[in-house]
Design a protein around this ligand. Structure first.
Ligand code: ADP
Ligand code: MG
Length: 437
C-alpha cells in the first residue's frame, strides 16, 4: 500500500494510543511518529531518533501491534525506523509528514481567526507584514497546523522556508557544538527567507540554545527575513526569553488561538469527515463535539476511533456506538453512574426548585433551564439512553432530551457562569455516595 494509507492508519492508531498511555508518555514517545509504510504484514513507524525507536520497540510494541491489528488485520508486525534525515530537518513536510496541514483545510472561526489571518499574510509576503509572528494557544488547538500551512505556502511561492520544532533546533545546536560545526549550523538557519520554530517554550532554561536562537533571530530580523514562532503560552509567560522577545514585538504580532466552541468543533469534525471521505451522521458528530471540548487533536482522534470501531464491528455508527468507542477515554464522569433521582434532587436544590418541578410541566425559564441541566448531567453521567431519560422526566420524548443536551453543551461554551454551575454540580455528584443502575 502507498504511504498515504500507512499515515492514515497510523493517525487512527495514534488516536487510540493517546487514550491508552499517559499524556507525558504519549508526548515523549508517540507524538512525533508517522506511518511510513505498510506492506503485507509489515507496518513501519517513522520515529525521530534511535532512542525513541528502541524505547518503543522494547516497551510498547505489543500495545502498538494490538492497536494496529484492530485497524488492519491479525499478524501485523510493527517496525520502528528513524525517519530520513530530510524529514528530520524539516526539508520535506516536517514532523508528522503533514502535507494535510494547509490553510485550505483549516477551519476558521472566531477562536482562531486572528492567528489564521496573520499566518496567511505572513506566508504570502514574508517579512512584509508582521515580523515576528508569535502564535500561542493550548495543546492541540492548531498551532502546528498553521505553522506548517505557512511553510507549505511560502515554499510553493518559492521562498526558502525552514520549519523546525524547538526541540530539533536544540538537538542540532548541541550536535553542532559537539562536532564543532557551528558554522554550518549558522549557515543553515541564517540563510532562509523564513524561519518557523514550533513549540518555542521548549527553549526555556536551555541557556546556550536560547542564546543561539537570539543571534539567529536578530540576524534574520535585521535582514528582514520572516520569523514565525509558536508556543503553548504567551511571551510574557516565557521567563527571560519573553522579555527579550517582547522588545521585538513592536514590529510583530502576538496572535492567540482560543479553545473552539461547540459550533467550531462541529465544523471541524465535519471537515475531517469530508476530507477522509467518510460519511458520519450529524448526531454522531454532534455527540463527539459535545464530549471533547478542549483539544482538536482529541476531537479528531475520537472521530477516527469511532469510525474504526464501527468498521471493526461492521455496524452503523450511531451516537451510542461512538459513546462506547470513546468510553475509556472521556474524563471521569462516565465511570460514575449517576442515579436519576440523585441528579434531579441535586439540580433541583441548586435551582431552588423541587424534583417534582423538573418532572412536571412548568415552562418558565428557570425551571426549563434546571430541567435541561439535569437531563444533560444524566446523559453525560450515566448509561441511561435518551429514551430512558425522557421517561424519567415525566415521559418526555427523546428529541426533547437531545435538544436539552445540545442546548446546555453549547450554552456552556458561551456562558462561563453556566459552565461553572454545571461543572460544580457534576463534581458534587461525583463525590456523593451514589446509587448505580
Ligand atoms: P498544536 O500544535 O496547537 O498542539 P496541532 O496543530 O497539532 O495543535 O493540531 C492538532 C490537530 O487538530 C491537527 O490534526 C490539526 O489538523 C487539527 N486542527 C487544529 N485546529 C484546526 C482547525 N481550525 N481546523 C481543522 N483542523 C484543525
Ligand atoms: Mg504543535
Amino acid at each position: 500500500m502507498e504511504a498515504r494509507s500507512a499515515q492514515e492508519i497510523w493517525e487512527t492508531a495514534l488516536g487510540e494510543l493517546q487514550l491508552q498511555v499517559t499524556k507525558p508518555n504519549y508526548r515523549t514517545w508517540l507524538e512525533k511518529t508517522t506511518g511510513s509504510s505498510y506492506e503485507n504484514n509489515r507496518f513501519v513507524v517513522g520515529v525521530p531518533n534511535t532512542f525513541v525507536a528502541e524505547y518503543l520497540a522494547r516497551n510498547q510494541r505489543s500495545l502498538i501491534e494490538k492497536t494496529l491489528i484492530g485497524l488492519t488485520h491479525p499478524g501485523i508486525e510493527v517496525h520502528f525506523q528513524v525517519a530520513s534525515e530530510a524529514a528530520a530537518t524539516g526539508q520535506t513536510t516536517g514532523p508528522g509528514g503533514n502535507a494535510r496541514y494547509t490553510f485550505d483545510n483549516f477551519v476558521v472561526r472566531q477562536s482562531n481567526r486572528l492567528a489564521y489571518t496573520a499566518a496567511r499574510s505572513v506566508a504570502e509576503k514574508p517579512g512584509a507584514s508582521y515580523n515576528p509572528l508569535f502564535i500561542y494557544g493550548g495543546v492541540g488547538l492548531g498551532k502546528t497546523h498553521l505553522m506548517q500551512a505557512i511553510y507549505h505556502l511560502a515554499q510553493k511561492e518559492n521562498f526558502k522556508a525552514l520549519y523546525v520544532s524547538a526541540e530539533q533546533f536544540t538537538n542540532e545546536f548541541v550536535s553542532a557544538l559537539q562536532a564543532k560545526s557551528t558554522a554550518e549550523f549558522r549557515r543553515k538557519y541564517r540563510h532562509v527567507d523564513m524561519l518557523l520554530i514550533d513549540d518555542i517554550q521548549f527553549l526555556v532554561g536551555k541557556e546556550q540554545t536560547e542564546e543561539s536562537f537570539f543571534h539567529t533571530f536578530n540576524e534574520l530580523h535585521n535582514a528582514n527575513r520572516q520569523i514565525v514562532l509558536a508556543s503553548d503560552r504567551p511571551p510574557k509567560s516565557l521567563p527571560d526569553m519573553g522579555d527579550r522577545l517582547c522588545s521585538r514585538f513592536e514590529w510583530g504580532l502576538i496572535a492567540d488561538i482560543q479553545p473552539p466552541n461547540f459550533e467550531t468543533r462541529l465544523a471541524i469534525l465535519k471537515a475531517k469527515a469530508e476530507q477522509q471521505e467518510i460519511e458520519v451522521a450529524l448526531d454522531v458528530l454532534e455527540f463527539i463535539a459535545q464530549r471533547i471540548q478542549q483539544n482538536i487533536r482529541e476531537l479528531e482522534g475520537s472521530l477516527n476511533r469511532a469510525v474504526a470501531y464501527a468498521k471493526l464491528f461492521g455496524a452503523i455508527l450511531t451516537p451510542e456506538l461512538a459513546a462506547r468507542a470513546m468510553q475509556d477515554i472521556t474524563p471521569s464522569s462516565n465511570k460514575t453512574a449517576f442515579a436519576p433521582e440523585l441528579v434531579m434532587k441535586v439540580v433541583a436544590e441548586r435551582f431552588q426548585l423541587t424534583p417534582a418541578d423538573l418532572v412536571g410541566r412548568k415552562r418558565d425559564r428557570a425551571t426549563a433551564l434546571a430541567r435541561q441541566v439535569a437531563m444533560y448531567l444524566l446523559k453525560e453521567g450515566s448509561s441511561c439512553s435518551l429514551a430512558q431519560i425522557g421517561l424519567e422526566f415525566g415521559n418526555r420524548d427523546h428529541a426533547t432530551v437531545i435538544h436539552a443536551c445540545r442546548k446546555i453543551a453549547s450554552d456552556m461554551d458561551g456562558d462561563p457562569h453556566l459552565r461553572r454551575q454545571v461543572l460544580d454540580i457534576q463534581k458534587g455528584l461525583q463525590r456523593s455516595p451514589r446509587t448505580r443502575r
